[in-house]
Ligand binder design. Structure first.
Ligand code: 5GP
Length: 260
């Protein structure tokens, strides 16, 4: 499918104009960044996996009655999407305390929350996506109160659905980030889930070992980043048991001491 001009390039994705008015092509890169671009790397195969995982999750969310920007996956790295007016907010949903929540408030890492906690950040790289209150959103017109109420409801439904989906494959959904946008449908404004849902935007821990299967492997230099993303895709049944998306790299040959 022919891509139009580049509309936006982010840390992990590029959006191009799509074939028809109001559509776009979302391209998943292998690049990964942390601390607002201070730490950068390329994780070979990550874009391919995130494309597939996000397609799977957004299609399922659509089936529970929440509209998303995804029209269809086009190929290994690209999706056809509806272009929406992105609401400049990140909606963070937490089930277990970790990450910035524990740093900010001194809560013990791993504390299970009594109910899901929704936090809001203002999407602004220069300011480091600061945490904000609902009052800031209303005061600065980033979203209307009615939109916010609807999005909060969507966040909780998506959390319930995703917690169940991941639990079923032995993964705890610790927290995740969602983005939403506005679109017009027959003259009526509607809210669509946008962006992506993948191990780049969620924290996922193995139920038994608590092994991290998400972007924290990169953030905390734990290694095996693409293998963790592959594990998530395999458990969700998206990729075949023995598929290996990353390039096979052979280490230096080692001398084996047969006497040991
Ligand atoms: P925290 O606030 O603890 O750093 O992140 C909470 C959750 O939201 C994590 O699952 C994290 O991956 C996700 N998240 C928050 N901000 C961003 C962001 O700017 N980009 C991505 N990819 N994920 C984010």
């Amino acid at each position: 499918m022919n891509k139009g001009k580049k509309l936006y390039e982010g840390k992990a994705k590029i959006i191009y104009e799509g074939p028809e008015k109001g559509t776009g092509i979302q391209h998943f890169k292998d690049d990964t960044t942390e601390f607002n671009n201070l730490k950068k790397s390329t994780v070979e195969g990550k874009g391919v996996l995130n494309n597939r995982i996000s397609e799977h999750i957004l299609n399922n969310i659509n089936q529970i009655g929440i509209k998303t920007h995804l029209i269809k996956r086009l190929n290994m790295r690209e999706q056809l999407i509806k272009l929406v007016e992105i609401i400049p907010l990140e909606f963070i949903v937490r089930n277990i305390a970790t990450g910035s929540l524990t740093k900010r408030l001194g809560i013990a890492d791993g504390t299970v929350l009594s109910k899901p906690l929704i936090e809001y950040s203002y999407k602004n790289d220069e300011l480091g996506d600061p945490l904000i209150a609902k009052e800031h959103i209303i005061e600065f017109n980033w979203a209307k109160e009615s939109e916010l109420n609807l999005i909060n409801e969507y966040c909780l439904r998506i959390n319930d659905f995703m917690q169940g989906m991941f639990r079923g494959v032995g993964i705890k959904l610790v927290d995740f980030k969602l983005e939403f946008g506005r679109s017009e449908n027959n003259g009526e404004e509607e809210i669509l889930l946008a962006d992506e849902i993948s191990p780049d935007t969620c924290r996922l821990w193995d139920v038994i070992s608590e092994k991290k299967l998400d972007k924290d492997r990169f953030r905390k230099n734990l290694g095996n980043v693409v293998q963790a993303y592959q594990e998530v895709a395999r458990r969700l049944g998206i990729i075949h048991e023995d598929s290996n998306i990353s390039e096979v790299k052979f280490g230096k040959p080692q001398v084996v001491d047969l006497k040991k």
